[in-house]
Design a protein around this ligand. Structure first.
Ligand code: DX5
Ligand code: ZN
Length: 235
């Protein structure tokens, strides 16, 4: 499955892009929310989320890169956000954040930045629906994919098996047509499509999204029976 980051959308033609992504079959929309403090950048906001909701029912996963994630749970619930995750080193308690999401019926996730080891996820494994695994530093689209983080993906797949939990793994940052196979083969369930995938400019967004969805679906079909972690949730 793919979740298209709207951080790469054409803001002058946002409605056109949303409709193209929907027609092409993007399974989710990935919403990067930054506060200019936790990371040195600003990106989308909840007014934009609200506006998108008026033209699309595609589920949204919010990737919070903010110092106080708890502050945003209410507004996410009001706007029908389906899934959200926080980084671990914020000022708020991750456990409290996950509990607040649970109360509002939002799927619960944690995000691991390149500096966070896979073990940092362990205290949360029984409480989460997904782990967002970053292959670049949080804050900016267009950075180089860091292949050494593939080892962390494998460690998470092993931790999932050992813990018997069912969380899915979302790969974010630098995902491309070239590395999608490797990511899926190693156990990524959901790929964030951005600058190097459907927005790579090699064809209109609609066509590239359709193509990327097909590539990922075929790869997930191909590897579904072969991945050693047979218990993992069907994708
Ligand atoms: C980085 C963000 C990503 C970004 C995707 O802070 O979390 O979601 O938009 O990166 P690209 O577009 O480079 O794949
Ligand atoms: Zn993101």
């Amino acid at each position: 499955m793919i979740t298209t980051t709207l951080a790469c959308a054409d803001y002058l033609h946002l409605e056109e892009d949303i409709r193209a992504l929907d027609r092409a079959g993007s399974d989710w929309f990935h919403i990067d929310i930054m506060d200019g403090h936790f990371v040195p950048n600003l990106c989308l906001n909840f007014d934009i989320v609200r506006a998108i909701r008026t033209i699309s029912e595609t589920p949204m996963d919010v990737h919070l890169m903010v110092t106080n994630p708890l502050k945003y749970v209410e507004v996410m619930a009001q706007n029908g956000v389906e899934a959200a995750c926080t980084h671990l080193n914020t000022d708020d308690s991750v456990h409290e954040f996950l509990e607040a999401l649970e109360e509002h019926g939002i799927r619960k996730g944690i995000a691991l930045a390149p500096g966070d080891p896979a073990e940092a996820a362990i205290p949360f494994l029984s409480k989460i629906d997904f782990v967002l695994l970053l292959f670049v530093k949080p804050g900016f689209s267009g950075q180089q994919f860091q292949p050494e983080i593939l080892k962390k993906l494998e460690a998470l797949v092993m931790a999932r098996k050992a813990s018997g939990s069912q969380f899915i793994i979302e790969a974010d940052g630098g995902v491309s047509f070239e590395n999608a196979g490797e990511l899926i083969a190693r156990g990524a369930d959901l790929l964030v499509a951005g600058a190097f995938a459907n927005y790579d400019g090699r064809a209109p967004l609609y066509e590239r999204t359709k193509e990327f969805c097909k590539v990922c679906k075929d790869l997930q079909g191909l590897y579904a029976g072969q991945i050693s972690d047979k218990d993992r949730r069907k994708v």
